[in-house]
Design a protein around this ligand. Sequence first.
Ligand code: FES
Length: 168
Amino acid sequence: MSEKEHKVSRRQFLTYSLVGVGGFMAASAISPMVRFALDPALEAGGESDYVAVTTVDQLSEEPQRFDFQVEVVDAWYTSNQPRSAWIYKEGDEIIALSPQCTHLGCTVNWNANEDHPNQFYCPCHDGRFEKSGQNVANTPPTRPLDIYEMEVRDGTVYLGKTIERKTV
Ligand code: FES
């Protein structure tokens, strides 16, 4: 190859640079979307297997936070990922709510704001939810906390995937 063929003109150099930078920026913008598309566990309804989380006799009318692990399988690998649920009894019913704020995804806590007792509170933007998980009007979240699919077998509470709910 001659020396002339190795030379890159200023115009070519600029073109390659711009294409490179543009490609990098496009990849940066698209990768979170791809991750969401490929990682079903990041969305409501993303998990299908039921996991033993607690026993019925540990529950009360007061929401308690339970942490557990789920096995997530995607096209390339299997991993254990942490999950949490706020679980409480209401009469004979057991309710398990996702702690993920439906505004921008921060973690909500029960009874954490003394100005708003007996609600779930999100510290990120003062989001609030009723005990049922319904979003409080005029706070940033526009829909309720997701609820877990649940089964009780032999006194053990199993949680499945989360279900998105609409505001009532
Ligand atoms: S993330 Fe919860 S209020 Fe914004």
